[in-house]
Design a protein. Structure first.
Ligand SMILES: Nc1ncnc2c1ncn2[C@@H]1O[C@H](COP(=O)(O)OP(=O)(O)OP(=O)(O)O)[C@@H](O)[C@H]1O
Length: 270
């Protein structure tokens, strides 16, 4: 059968989105697209508006006293903006919040169950899939989530989101504060989740790993899209290298290959 292009309204489309917290504007005229099956990254410094963007998509803005002042969020042709969080999840879009929030006093198993929609055969299949991705969660099934390591809690937070069997996963800085090896494992898992058919919108401050995972990326600066392009082009282009990867003029004295330089590369410099 000949391949057909996805319809123009497939995937996630954010158009002219404006968000504010009371009188404080956080996003202005933000437009972006996640085609079906893609991993798209949104990069930006602290306060650029990355979490606000995810909250606007996932319907959780109201929990933070924020509101959409203009623009739309559409998913697979239907409007998400204006829907409450559970309705967004029911349409296949699930957010993994920043800070690997898990229910610390509940067991791993109970946390996973909390992410499932309804129960029954569908939840059992989702659970099998999650435990296949993260075998350590099966080993720790009856432990309290609060006793897991940071990396394991991130796995649980992602696993809980996957229990709803989303078509689109929203990830807010999933590798923040994790040791490099654990961060690499999480990145591999994101790739695997995507390979199984889930689209991913990845919010990151860790520029280099995000650009290696994503096919396309947007850079937010003070609530606006300052730069966008294919991830490989952004990673190779001068502007991102200079402004965001800490790879300035070698004459600035920063060793690019030494340990200090390596720390700088991939970490937001703005
Ligand atoms: N609940 C809130 N109430 C008031 N202002 C907020 C709230 N949450 C965020 N802001 C403001 O909105 C702007 C964007 O913040 P946001 O958290 O979306 O940025 P971010 O890029 O995700 O940063 P970080 O990486 O630090 O989370 C900032 O100026 C921030 O101070």
């Amino acid at each position: 059968m000949a391949a057909t292009a996805p319809p123009a309204d497939a995937g996630l489309t954010v158009s002219g989105l404006a968000v504010s917290y009371g009188a404080v504007p956080a996003l202005r005229g933000v437009s972006l697209r996640v085609p079906p099956g893609a991993i798209v990254a949104v990069l930006g410094a602290n306060g650029a508006g990355k979490s606000t963007l995810l909250r606007a998509i996932s319907g959780t803005l109201r929990f933070h006293r924020g509101a959409i002042g203009g623009g739309t969020v559409r998913w697979a042709g239907t409007r998400l903006s204006g829907l409450a969080a559970p309705a967004v999840v029911a349409r296949g879009v699930t957010q993994v919040p920043e800070g690997r929030r898990v229910f610390a006093r509940m067991t791993v198993e109970e946390n996973l169950r909390a992410g499932g929609l309804g129960g029954g055969r569908r939840s059992a299949a989702a659970r099998e899939e999650v435990l296949g991705l993260f075998p350590v969660l099966a080993e720790r099934a009856h432990q309290r989530a609060g006793l897991l390591s940071g990396g394991e809690q991130q796995m649980l937070a992602i696993g809980r989101a996957l229990m709803a069997r989303p078509s689109m996963l929203l990830l807010d800085e999933p590798t923040l504060g994790l040791a490099p090896m654990m961060a690499a494992r999480i990145a591999e898992t994101v790739k695997e989740i995507n390979a199984r058919g889930t689209s991913v919108l990845l919010i990151e401050q860790n520029v280099a790993p995000a650009l290696s995972l994503a096919s396309y990326a947007y850079v937010l600066e003070v609530g606006e899209v300052a730069l966008e392009g294919p991830a490989a082009e952004l990673a190779a282009g001068d502007e991102v290298r200079r402004r965001y990867l800490g790879m300035g003029d070698p004459a600035d004295g920063r060793p690019l290959d030494g340990p200090a330089g390596r720390r700088a590369i991939g970490r937001w410099q703005g």
